[in-house]
Design a protein around this ligand. Structure first.
Ligand SMILES: O=C(O)[C@@H](O)C(=O)COP(=O)(O)O
Ligand code: ZN
Length: 215
């Protein structure tokens, strides 16, 4: 990857990280972002970094084996991102946030662990699809990698119980859009609790999947 391309990706991570943070989609130093580089490695946000104040030059660079090669110390969840990438060759970027409504859903009793949010809108089906719940693990615990790996082949997004969403996309912009859509739909889902909403039918979902195949 040319230095120009790498710097462009660094700038994009910082710009989109700030946009997410400024809109309250993750707080403090929570959340992390990664992007695949074309030498097989990754750029990842540093551990304990605020997504709203990332210095592009300090973003961590990892080689194809996940070894830290430059920038600040990477997110303690680099292994989780790598586990998801290993099952999703089509995905070039991953976003993890502590977005409030998505986290709220991840704490609810009685949600379907195979699909935490029903298909309320077409755009949710197009951007996110089925959202499995990953049982609770301590953040940064290596066991989280195996748990995510088992689901990532079939799902571009997973919800970590009592923690938050992890969303892959064909590029960083797509991963951010999907994370935003997940958060808005989590909000709708909470607003509609107890109201028996109409959801999209299997036929409507199949039609969307055919017309707008997900990566
Ligand atoms: O919740 C956590 O601790 C992590 O999942 C997180 O969001 C931030 O961790 P770092 O990326 O290591 O800062
Ligand atoms: Zn987290």
């Amino acid at each position: 990857m040319s230095l120009h391309d790498e710097n462009r990706l660094r700038e994009q991570i910082a710009t989109l990280g700030k946009s997410l943070f400024d809109r309250g989609l993750t707080m403090g130093s929570s959340g992390n972002i990664s992007v695949r580089t074309d030498d097989g490695g990754w750029l990842m946000t540093p551990t304990n970094a605020c997504l709203g104040r990332l210095d592009p030059g300090c973003i961590s660079r990892l080689d194809r084996n996940g070894h830290w090669k430059g920038g600040d110390k990477p997110t303690k969840e680099s292994f989780l991102h790598m586990a998801m990438y290993s099952e999703r060759p089509q995905s070039e970027a991953i976003v993890h946030l502590h977005s409030t409504h998505s986290v709220a859903v991840s704490c609810l009793p009685g949600i379907d662990p195979c699909d935490c949010i029903p298909p309320l809108t077409a755009y949710y089906v197009m951007r996110v699809g089925k959202l499995p719940l990953v049982p609770y693990h301590i953040p940064g615990d290596p066991s989280l990698g195996d748990a995510v790996k088992g689901l990532a082949g079939q799902h571009s997004a997973v919800l970590l119980a009592n923690h938050g969403p992890v969303v892959a996309g064909k590029n960083l912009e797509a991963a951010v859009y999907a994370t935003e859509e997940l958060e808005e739909t989590a909000k709708l889902f909470l607003l509609l609790q107890g109201k028996n909403p109409r959801i999209l039918s299997p036929e409507q979902i199949a039609e969307l999947e055919e017309r707008f195949p997900k990566d």
